[in-house]
Design a protein around this ligand. Structure first.
Ligand code: NAG
Ligand code: NAG
Length: 246
C-alpha cells in the first residue's frame, strides 16, 4: 500500500525528468562514419561511442576518444594523403566549433588500447563565427555532414583521426561545453612525409575547463566575430582548411 501511495510521486518525478531532458537529448549527436572522396560511408573504422551523450569533463580519459574509445574498431581505412573526407554526424552537430585532430600511432592501431601519451595535432577546423550568416554557428550541417581535405603533407602511417564538435548551447559557464567526438582508425598512403613530431596536445591535458575557447557564449549581441580555438596551433599551415565549409 505504501508503495502504491508513493507511485504517483515517483511517476511525477519521472515525468519531470523526462520533460527537462527532452530539449537537451534532441540535440545530442555522435560521429558515426567517414566517406573517402565521395564514396560510401564506412562505419567499421570508427571507434563508435555507445550513445550520443557528450563528454563534459575535459580531465576525463574519455576526452581522448569518447566512452569506449580504447576499444579498437575492426578495420583501418586506407586513405591517400590529400583525400577529401566526409564525416557523418547522427543526428547532427551543434552550435559550436568543429575540429579534426590527427595522432600518429606507433605499433598497430588495431590493437592500440592505451591512448595516454598520444599527441593530438589540430589539422582542420570549422570556425563557428564565420558562418554564412552572422551567428550561423556551423550548425546544423547539411545532412549532418562536413568534408575536409587530409593534408597532402601528412606522413604515411597509421593515425587516429579525432573528429570533434563542441556544443556551445550551455558553454557560457564552466563545465557547460559538450564535447562530441569519435576517433577513426586510418592508414595514410602517398603522404608527403610531414609530421610535427613532438608537438600536439595530450588528451586529457590539452584542454582546460576555463580555456577561452571552451567557456564561450555564442549568443551575445552582436554575435562574436572571432573564436579562440582550443588545442594549440593548427598544422600544417595554420589556416581554416575545410573544403566545403567556412
Ligand atoms: C569533398 O566532398 C564533398 C562531399 O562529396 C563535396 O561536396 C565537396 O565538394 C568535396 N570537396 C572537394 C574540394 O573536392
Ligand atoms: C570494413 O568495411 C568495408 C566497407 O565499408 C569493407 O570493405 C571491409 O572489408 C570492412 N573491413 C572489416 C575488417 O570488416
Amino acid at each position: 500500500m505504501a508503495a502504491l501511495l508513493r507511485a504517483p510521486k515517483f511517476l511525477a518525478l519521472l515525468v519531470t525528468i523526462a520533460c527537462t531532458c527532452v530539449p537537451v537529448s534532441l540535440a545530442l549527436t555522435r560521429m558515426t562514419a567517414i566517406s573517402v572522396n565521395g564514396g560510401p560511408f564506412i562505419t567499421n573504422s570508427t571507434r563508435l561511442p555507445p550513445n550520443t551523450s557528450p563528454v563534459t569533463d575535459v580531465t576525463s580519459p574519455n576526452i581522448a576518444c569518447n566512452v569506449g574509445g580504447t576499444t579498437p574498431a575492426p578495420a583501418v581505412t586506407v586513405i591517400s594523403a590529400g583525400s577529401n573526407l566526409t564525416a557523418l554526424w547522427i543526428p547532427d552537430t551543434h552550435v559550436g566549433p568543429n575540429i579534426v585532430y590527427v595522432a600518429k600511432v606507433t605499433g598497430n592501431i588495431l590493437t592500440t588500447t592505451n591512448l595516454q601519451g598520444l599527441r593530438w595535432i589540430k589539422a582542420r577546423i570549422v570556425d563557428p563565427t564565420k558562418g554564412p550568416t552572422p551567428g550561423g554557428w556551423s550548425a546544423p550541417l547539411p545532412n549532418g555532414e562536413y568534408s575536409f581535405l587530409i593534408p597532402t603533407r601528412l606522413a604515411c602511417g597509421q593515425y587516429f583521426l579525432r573528429i570533434e564538435s563542441i556544443g556551445f548551447h550551455a558553454a557560457s559557464s564552466i563545465g557547460g561545453a559538450q564535447f562530441f567526438l569519435s576517433c577513426v582508425q586510418i592508414d595514410i598512403t602517398g603522404g608527403g612525409g610531414g609530421y610535427p613530431v613532438g608537438t600536439g596536445i595530450l588528451l586529457p591535458g590539452g584542454y582546460t575547463g576555463t580555456d577561452p575557447g571552451i567557456v564561450f557564449n555564442p549568443y551575445t549581441t552582436p554575435y562574436p566575430t572571432s573564436y579562440p580555438f582550443p588545442g594549440g596551433p593548427t598544422w600544417p599551415d595554420g589556416k581554416r582548411m575545410f573544403s566545403s565549409l567556412y
